[in-house]
Unconditional design. Sequence first.
Length: 365
Amino acid sequence: MFLKAPASLSTVVFVAPVIFSRLQQRHQAFARELAALGFRVFFVEPFISPGWSVVAENVVDRLTVLKLRVPFKVSSVPALQRIVCRLAEKLLKKQLDCSISQAILWLAEPSLAALTELSWARILYDRCDLHGSFPGQKKSVWRRYEAEIEENACLISVSHPFLAESIISRRDKIVLAPNACSEAFLAQGQMAAPRRRLSAEITGDSAQPPIRLVSSGAHYEWVDCEWLKMLACLDAVELYIAGTGRGNAFYELLQLPNVKNHGHLNHSDLIQLLVKCDVGLIPFRDLPLIKGVDPIKAYEYAACGLEVWAPDLVPLHSNLMISRFIANPAAAAAALKEYCSAPQPFAGPIPVWKERLAPILARLL
């Protein structure tokens, strides 16, 4: 049974690290689910600078996106970022339909830690990344932000068990809420007839359709393009890229004759591509950043009936959607042969976002 928004605590200020209309992630999904439950949600996008204004855009019923323009923003300098938060507070108060003391702060952007000093009715910190491990970031600065948030928050949700390990003194505040997929992915994926292989081996016959591999999302520093290239070099496969990318290794990958670049796709178009594929890929490199990652794409692939392959990295072993771990070319060739003989997509129930939201609200309200 899922909770409904209580009349006395129905406003949520959702401070996110992403733009709402961009690649759909955990933050947009939770905001939509909150609105569907009857909460009045104000989704605050990353601040824009310089300036002094706010633009409100109603996305769906009870969900408004706020675009705040502030004089400056300096996430690497906590003292200056605190001033930014004070300025943002003034803009936020003009938009809310209640006082801050009657609203919930849902914080997913640690650099705005100073917002937790205000007298919110409830404060949730949703931790789904190791922010200090991103390229160019100082771990000490982000740890300072998070320490302040952990002190002031009444609940801390984490998407991966590793993200809870550094919150030693606040264990009683933690709730595990892994990622999921949207109900649209699940419904459309299950409606599509999964492709099945009739042959137990690749014959090389031109009539045999190629195995279609797909890698979706952002292909940035944390993506192992060499691992993708290894898979693309297997016999009788096609590799589809659905997302953005950068760097020489990414552009070299796109030059391979059997690699097809679809670029960024909206949710609907991505689903249409996935249901035509056989195997979804999680091409992460072995970096500190991925120790706490729970890839949404794994759930989306599984929802569309795909097998899910990933490098053999320990942090990914906890994701039940992943069918096979591929460490080297020999393992890749063996996995391909086994797939042709007996595909093994995830057979259990695929979690959806409202199921992940339920334990958070049960503790928060």
